[in-house]
Design a protein around this ligand. Structure first.
Ligand SMILES: CCCC(=O)SCCNC(=O)CCNC(=O)[C@H](O)C(C)(C)COP(=O)(O)OP(=O)(O)OC[C@H]1O[C@@H](n2cnc3c(N)ncnc32)[C@H](O)[C@@H]1OP(=O)(O)O
Length: 480
């Protein structure tokens, strides 16, 4: 056993990039896995900074007799300890080299270096280092990979180093290129997935553990307050129907219903064929807010805030679905129920129905995001009237102040069918184009002008030359 064949570049500096807070596990898992392969890991103490960007890599036996080592030089101002891979079979070594590169590539961006700068530096230093020979005890191997290392001893040890004249096997370059490409590809895929998860968590939701939101704990509590259900039916026409189903309590939200609502919204988030969503209540009432029994059971302010965070997260995610959403309001929409209807894009009211923000009479203010959303819908003056006066908002009044978008003809079971018809005008065309429309509205509503314009451009890019666009052009569509 003797001699270095591969080693891994492992940034030693503490994570500084914000993303590294959210992705500790893939990197550390890979690191731990590499450790488990019993590679020799050499960690140099952190250095202050390298003065020069010029790499000076020297090759010399270092540390142990069993492992050759290469150290010294500068990779920007990075301090990079090494993992040394002793001689193993070619296949193990190859897998190790891919893992090492994967790790190195993953660490770069996570440690705050842009991808292109990191790659450029890595390759530059690698090719520089590769032009040096392996330590004398290392047998020549076509699979021998990148001896690169940077540490504060680099310069000191250069003089001690054994620089040998040795040309790199030409195959090395090719293998280095292929394995680095493979590693980059794997890294890019995993990073994209992780990024998507991260965006989903951080952007669609409002609260996470960094805000003191303990989702598991509040869900455990809510799970004890059972009754009712939230039912989802995804139609083949791309319109989903979400039913608040607890008619014996006028569709008031129990704890389990709050949990189920979040689960249904997750389902809708991954429904790629969806265009629209109708939210309605079972048995000719919309929803009368929190189940008063649940309100009593979670009466401590801390738990109340947690419940409020959960519901705000869920309703914000509902509002941010790429689906055109409509609240069908029959009977009563009261308290949290009135807040729920403000999280939809449109509100349709049946004759005799009412929306009422009764919170003040309950010694509360809206907590599911209803006040903030209502101000966006009808302005702060009308919102103040509705909240402070706990006014009954009938369909005419709602239409007048812009809270409702239409009054339906039927107040019974036919109202759902009528809502489906009403939706047709707004959900014509493919899911792709409908979702794109909703996305531009969302970005325009939630982002500042510059960011919204950029997002609009990106969404435009997803439909320009797309199937709907091509079809419209080939039909010679005229807008008479
Ligand atoms: C941040 C969220 C804050 C909140 O949402 S706080 C909750 C706000 N909601 C309320 O306060 C509604 C209280 N309920 C009422 O005022 C009345 O029940 C309501 C809706 C005007 C209907 O009155 P009526 O037509 O006379 O019918 P009723 O009172 O006999 O009710 C029928 C059954 O439904 C029940 N119910 C209605 N709303 C409920 C609720 N939110 N929680 C728990 N149970 C509720 C009510 O208790 C009654 O059940 P039961 O027949 O007595 O077993």
């Amino acid at each position: 056993m003797g001699g270095l064949r591969y080693f891994l570049i492992h940034p030693h500096v503490p994570p500084i990039h914000p993303l590294s807070r959210y992705f500790p596990s893939p990197l550390s898992c890979l690191g731990r896995f590499l450790d488990s392969l019993r590679l020799s890991r050499v960690s140099f103490p952190p250095m202050a900074a390298f003065q020069s960007d010029v790499p000076s890599v020297s090759v010399h036996p270092h540390g142990s007799r069993r492992y050759g080592a290469v150290s010294g030089g500068s990779l920007g101002n990075w301090h990079l300890p090494l993992w040394l891979v002793p001689n193993r079979s070619s296949s193990t070594s190859f897998v190790c080299s891919v893992l090492c590169l994967l790790y190195a590539f993953s660490c770069g961006p996570a440690y705050g270096l842009s991808r292109s700068r990191f790659h450029a530096r890595l390759f530059w230093a690698c090719s520089w280092a590769a032009s040096f020979p392996p330590p004398p005890q290392v047998p020549k191997s076509p699979l021998m990979l990148i001896p690169v290392g940077v540490n504060q001893f680099g310069r000191k040890e250069q003089s001690k180093g054994t620089a040998l004249n040795h040309s790199v096997p030409p195959l090395l370059d090719a293998l280095l290129f292929i394995s680095s490409k493979m590693a980059a590809l794997i890294w890019r895929c995993s990073f994209t997935r992780a990024k998507a998860r991260w965006l989903h968590q951080r952007c669609l939701s409002l609260y996470n553990s960094s805000h003191g939101f303990d989702e598991t704990k509040i869900k455990e509590k809510l799970a004890q307050l059972s009754g009712g259900s939230i039912d989802l039916r995804k139609g083949e026409n791309g319109i989903a129907e979400l039913c608040i189903n607890n008619p014996s309590r006028m569709n008031a939200f129990t704890g389990t219903m709050m949990i189920q609502l979040e689960e249904r919204i997750s389902e809708l988030e991954s429904w790629q064929d969806g265009k629209g969503l109708i939210v309605y209540g079972a048995g000719n009432n919309f929803c009368t807010g929190s189940d008063l029994n649940a309100v009593k059971a979670i009466s401590s302010p801390k738990e109340g805030i947690m419940m409020c965070m959960l519901m705000q997260n869920t309703l914000t995610r509902m509002q941010r679905l790429p689906l055109i959403s409509v609240a069908l309001i029959q009977g009563k929409a009261m308290g949290g129920g009135s807040e729920l209807c403000t999280a939809c894009d449109f509100r349709l009211m049946t004759p005799g129905s009412e929306i009422r923000f009764v919170h003040k009479q309950m010694g509360l203010v809206p907590g599911w995001g209803g006040a903030a959303r209502l101000i966006h819908l009808i302005g702060s003056r009308h919102t103040l009237k509705l909240l402070s006066g706990t006014l009954r908002v009938d369909p005419d009044y709602a239409l007048r102040i812009g809270l409702a978008d239409d009054i339906l003809n039927y107040g019974d079971d036919r109202s759902l069918e009528e809502t489906q018809k009403w939706m047709q005008t707004y959900t014509k065309g493919s899911p792709l184009i409908n979702r794109a429309v909703k996305k531009v509205i969302l970005s325009g509503r939630e982002k500042n002008l510059e960011d919204a314009l950029r997002t609009e451009k990106e969404i435009f890019g997803t439909v320009w030359g797309g199937p709907d666009n091509v079809q419209a052009l080939s039909k010679g569509t005229k807008h008479k």
